[in-house]
Ligand binder design. Structure first.
Ligand SMILES: [Zn+2]
Length: 351
């Protein structure tokens, strides 16, 4: 991102303000450096509903972003700017797609071109090499690349990180990247976990291989977000409606992280979690956490004002292989929510 001299000065003064306030423990100076990354799969009415939205629904999302002064940037620019400590635009979004389906080329691409929005496509190279029905061809991907689309790595065979050894995962990721490089030339090292599933060891692996990792759990990205598993809002199926998409595109990064347990992998159906909540433009009393829509109990260690850690608990229920706890808090002055989610993976359940 190119910063003009005025925004550079603004960025410097913002940092100075944050520094001054840190000395005075001024909580209002928390700088809301935040971006929302969305993930789509199919833009079609003839593909599986849970991973699809109609062209009309997709157009409505893009129109919402255009008409409400959102800035849409490539994920690489957002991450670069976050890492440089620069000042991000107030309403910032990156659009991504997983798998490399045909409707991205035929339907989503022309719409995104019409709005002038950049995007990233994470591909699994195996189905594309086999010219599997429903996937883009390398020729179509080359046309996307020529239009400035970033092509990221989604593995060779779309295997979950929890279903292969680290050596297998390393080979699968490297092979996918060499196929991408051979067909399209060098692309940034971005990796989207198949099914959104990862272990601590696989996060470490992708960091070692020099990748930024992308998950599929909801939430916005800020300076403290784990870049080995960046949250992305899936906006398909029951989440494709404009009202929900508008709410999610407007969320802010919640400076929160799970302290215990140490891993998102679990065999429990109701794990409790200890979450650290950082300082922000919200009231601790208004933090709410949800387990599949149901409110969870929040117990602060000490008083809410004096503590930055809370344990969130839920009740036993039937679980599939993946689920999330979501914590939100309304912004003190803006009509937006801070949003954090913690995914859980139980690999003993079927994919
Ligand atoms: Zn996928």
């Amino acid at each position: 991102m190119q910063l003009d001299s005025r925004s550079k000065r603004r960025s410097l003064s913002m940092r100075a303000l944050v520094f001054l306030c840190a000395q005075l423990t001024c909580v209002n100076a928390y700088s809301e450096q935040s971006a929302v990354i969305s993930v789509y799969h199919h833009v079609s009415t003839s593909t599986p509903a849970s991973t699809s939205l109609s062209p009309e629904a997709f157009r409505a999302h893009l129109r919402f972003l255009a008409e409400n002064d959102f800035t849409v940037l490539p994920v690489t620019e957002i991450i670069g700017e976050l890492n440089r400590g620069g000042e991000l635009p107030n309403k910032l979004v990156a659009i991504t797609f997983d798998d490399g389906y045909e409707s991205i080329y035929s339907t989503a691409f022309p719409l995104l071109q019409e709005f002038g929005f950049p995007f990233t496509v994470f591909i699994s190279t195996g189905p594309i090499d086999r010219q599997q029905k429903g996937y883009m061809t390398w020729e179509q991907l080359a046309l996307l690349r020529d239009a400035g689309v970033i092509i990221g790595n989604h593995g060779t065979e779309h295997k979950s990180m929890l279903e292969q050894s680290l050596d297998q995962a390393r080979a699968d990721i490297r092979n996918a990247q060499s196929r991408i490089t051979a067909e399209l030339g060098p692309q940034p090292h971005l990796f989207a976990y198949p099914y959104g599933e990862y272990s601590n060891a696989s996060k470490q692996l992708i960091a070692e291989l020099g990748y930024i990792g992308f998950a599929q759990s909801s939430g916005a990205t800020g300076p403290t977000t784990d870049q080995t598993a960046l949250p992305r809002f899936p906006l398909a199926g029951i989440y494709a409606g404009l009202e929900g998409a508008a709410l999610k595109y407007s969320t802010l990064a919640f400076d929160a992280e799970m302290r215990a347990p140490e891993s998102a992998e679990t065999s429990l159906s109701a794990p409790s979690a200890t979450i650290r909540f950082g300082v922000g433009a919200y009231s601790r009393a208004r933090i709410a956490c949800f387990d599949e829509g149901d409110p969870m109990k929040i117990a602060w260690k000490g008083t809410a004002e004096g503590s930055d850690e809370a344990t969130i608990t839920t009740t036993q229920r039937e679980r599939g292989r993946r689920w999330n706890y979501v914590c939100t808090a309304p912004h003190r002055d803006q009509n937006r929510y801070f949003w954090f989610s913690q995914p859980w993976f139980d690999s003993s359940k079927p994919l």
